[in-house]
Ligand binder design. Structure first.
Ligand code: SAM
Length: 229
């Protein structure tokens, strides 16, 4: 990647131009226009969620990494696959709502298949029960992927497979996170999956809003899908 010429103020302006109450189409348009600057901008924000997710899966996945089939949901430009490749994973499928982000993901050459899908409006474009690992990173937040989609992540996973999710815990996402936590617990009670590990991370990324000076916190979840009873 070329050295960043973008300042924190430039990045802040870009990110704040996308409002949480914008429509799915507006969000996709925003990401289409951000795609070429995305990786250098999130480096400026010190966005570490893709490496946190990669480390979390790597620390707990017991199987053959080269053979494991990984679904990267809301894959963006492919940062999660790049991280997981460092840990020995090799077979990636990706999906995202933004064609601009998907073009960049394709350029990585890491994905066997990439598909466009606006989650919440359309269901995950995969066969259920096919994946050893499903990851969603940076997309579970207010105005992006609705909480109910986590059920589809679980359905896409093989019994015994792993689901890794990241979420911001900053003020503007707290209501969303509370709804997510409640859905995750409910799914545990229904016997759909079990919680493997949850890690709260203090210095998740640099905050961009006036109320979020310094770093905002975040959380990485790992669940294991259970066979139907
Ligand atoms: C912050 S980026 C994260 C990308 C990548 N996972 C990463 O960690 O770098 C959020 C991604 O989620 C996608 N996204 C947001 N809402 C979506 C939705 N409802 N359906 C599908 N993709 C969505 C965006 O297009 C964008 O690529």
């Amino acid at each position: 990647m070329a050295a960043s010429t973008r300042t924190f103020e430039d990045v802040k302006k870009s990110v704040l131009s996308c409002h949480s109450d914008s429509s799915a189409e507006e969000k996709a348009t925003f990401y289409n226009s951000w795609a070429r600057n995305y990786e250098q901008d999130v480096a400026v924000l010190e966005f570490r969620a893709p490496s946190q997710a990669g480390d979390m899966v790597s620390s707990h996945f017991p199987g053959d990494r080269e053979a494991a089939v990984v679904l990267d949901v809301a894959c963006g430009t492919g940062l999660v696959a790049k991280q997981m490749k460092k840990h020995g994973f090799a077979r990636f499928f990706g999906t995202d709502g933004s064609t601009g982000m998907l073009e960049l993901a394709k350029e990585t050459g890491l994905y066997q298949d990439l598909s466009q899908c606006m989650l919440g409006k359309e269901s995950l474009p995969v066969k259920w029960g096919q994946f050893d690992v499903v990851v969603i990173c940076g997309a579970l937040s207010v105005g992006q992927v609705p909480v109910r989609v986590v059920r589809e992540l679980c359905r896409a996973t093989k019994p015994g497979g792993y689901i890794c999710m990241t979420v911001r815990s900053n003020q503007s996402n707290l209501e969303y996170k509370a709804a997510l936590d409640s859905e995750l617990r409910q799914m545990e009670e229904e016997g759909l999956w079990e919680r493997v590990k949850v890690t709260e991370v203090e210095n998740w990324e640099r905050g961009v809003s006036a109320q979020e000076e310094g770093y905002i916190s975040g959380c990485v979840y790992l669940y294991r899908s259970l066979p139907p009873v």
